[in-house]
Every structure is written in structure tokens, then in C-alpha cells.
Write a protein that binds this ligand. Sequence first.
Ligand SMILES: [Zn+2]
Ligand SMILES: [Zn+2]
Length: 103
Amino acid sequence: MGTERRNDDVLGCVLAALGTPFLVLEWLLSLPRRRRRNRLLAGGKIRCPHCLATVYIEGRAVCPACATTSWGSYLSCPNPQCDWQTNAVDCPTCKATIFLETT
Ligand SMILES: [Zn+2]
Ligand SMILES: [Zn+2]
């Protein structure tokens, strides 16, 4: 009888001790996912989630609102009087619209 009781206590202690590391582990596992997304945006290109082609979000961009042509991000217009911006780009390969998560 005494032995069973002690086993339960040990199990309870182990579970309690495991609870916190599991939360930390979950957080650590979510880090590469977040970092990868940031790195892709900073690198000026993303991967199309539909056809997996590389889609550049930086280059020679023409603003659809004021027709300003510039070298830089396709996601916003450098003209301060226009201020056009978007969170979506079209994949040149499969023509799907890809929405970007902006922070
Ligand atoms: Zn513009
Ligand atoms: Zn595509």
C-alpha cells in the first residue's frame, strides 16, 4: 500500500517538473518559424506558398497609384505625397496573390 502511494507522489512531482520545460520547449520551437518569416521579408524575397517559386518583393517598382518608378520594395510607394502601400504581391509564376504578414 505504502509503495503505491509513493509512486503517485513521484509521478505528480515529475509531471509538475515537466510542465514548465514543455512550455519553454514549445516557445523555442516557435522561434525558428518566426525568425524565418522575418528573414524572408528582409531578404527582399519570399516563397510562393502555392507553386514554391521565389517571388521578389524588391526591385524596380512602379507605383500603381501615382506611376512613380523606383528601385526598392514593391510593397510601398516612396513618394511621400502618394503613400500607397499594399500587403500583397502577385506570384509571377502561378499568378496567385500572396498576402504578407506585416508587423
Ligand atoms: Zn505612388
Ligand atoms: Zn506561385
